[in-house]
Design a protein around this ligand. Structure first.
Ligand SMILES: [Fe+2]
Length: 331
């Protein structure tokens, strides 16, 4: 049975990505995805999707490497925040409270068992549209851009993990997220694990990192309005020399329509559309897939691309060769 603690986290609140090709990555998010830059501080640009109610969606930071920085999660209220912080502190994974910063009030910083840096907060800055992006309707955060991929909102984040079980148990038992689906490998471990905060079928995912490095990033998913937008996105990426890794296609797990590309900095970005599918039953039991079932591929039969378990950021030594071997079936 779901408990009130299962609703302590409202949603994914913001993601920081590192890029060694800052200008090219900025072009990708700002000009091709149609995100708006709302702040520039130090080496970081803050970008937003057009229908996010908060100030920003993505903090893009120039760096000598790629990968994910801190992921922010918004608590459902002040008491929910305190409850989750108390639970995190018991695990020894807490780093402590951080001062307010761009777009968010004070936050509590922590890491998951795989070493991914995270923060949880409640106080936030609501986005106020200006003359450039004021919407026609007052129930919309800002105007529809009408260019590029038109990403509307963030959807989910997927981390690679050396130990999917440990990371998943943390999200189930400490963060009180509910499992939606998972893959059990023949050796008993979980190969991937999906979690949800509310009725959207997933918000946080962990996938097995075949390199066994800790703390790597798999992808960040942004949602345009429709599946048709994702087909058009593939054309836009093709025209602009963006590496298309996989899709457009339909996932078997959770049934989202997807397209995976590598932005110029090497980080994997997914364009995802869930259609009308929601999980309304608060007690919907977790759906478990066997390794043999997963081997059948995605919804309509296309096999999962092998680089899904090798290509991550930051890169490991010999990343390119590793991805090549994965594609050639040599691993
Ligand atoms: Fe995804």
């Amino acid at each position: 049975m779901a408990t009130s603690e299962n609703y302590d986290i409202a949603h994914l609140g913001g993601v920081e990505l590192f890029t060694p090709k800052f200008e090219e990555s900025l072009h990708f998010f700002r000009d091709l995805l149609a995100m708006r830059e709302v702040a520039r501080i130090g080496d970081s640009a803050y970008l937003r999707c057009w229908d996010e109610y908060q100030l920003y969606t993505l903090k893009l930071t120039a760096s000598d490497t790629n990968g994910v920085g801190r992921t922010l999660y918004r608590a459902s209220g002040p008491e929910a925040l305190e409850r989750r912080v108390a639970a995190i502190e018991k695990t020894g994974l807490g780093h402590g409270w951080r001062d307010p910063e761009v777009g968010v009030g004070r936050s509590y910083e922590f890491e998951d068992p795989d070493g991914h840096l995270m923060g949880i907060y409640y106080d936030t800055e609501l986005y106020v549209a200006d003359d450039e992006d004021r919407p026609a309707l007052k129930n919309q955060a800002s105007a529809f851009p009408g260019r590029g991929v038109n990403v509307r909102r963030m959807d989910h984040i997927n981390y690679l993990a050396a130990d999917v079980n440990a990371a998943g148990e943390f999200w189930r038992d400490v963060m009180c997220a509910r499992e939606s689906e998972r893959v059990r490998l023949d050796d008993g471990r979980y190969g991937a694990w999906w979690f949800r905060f509310n009725q959207k079928s997933y918000d946080v995912v962990y996938s097995d990192d075949w390199t066994k490095q800790r703390g790597r990033f798999h992808h960040f998913a942004l949602a345009p309005d429709t599946r048709e937008d994702i087909l058009k996105a593939a054309d836009i990426f093709l025209e602009n020399g963006v590496h298309i890794e996989y899709g457009p296609y339909k996932h078997a797990i959770n049934q989202t329509f997807f397209l995976y590309v590598w932005e110029p900095g090497g980080n994997r970005i997914e364009l995802a559309n869930a259609g009308a599918r929601l999980i309304l039953d608060p007690d919907w039991p977790v759906v478990e897939w066997t390794q043999a079932e997963r081997a059948k591929g995605q919804a309509w039969g296309m096999k999962t691309i092998p680089t899904f378990h090798t290509h991550g950021t930051p890169y490991v030594e010999g990343q390119e060769e590793l991805d090549r071997k994965a594609l050639a079936g040599e691993l």
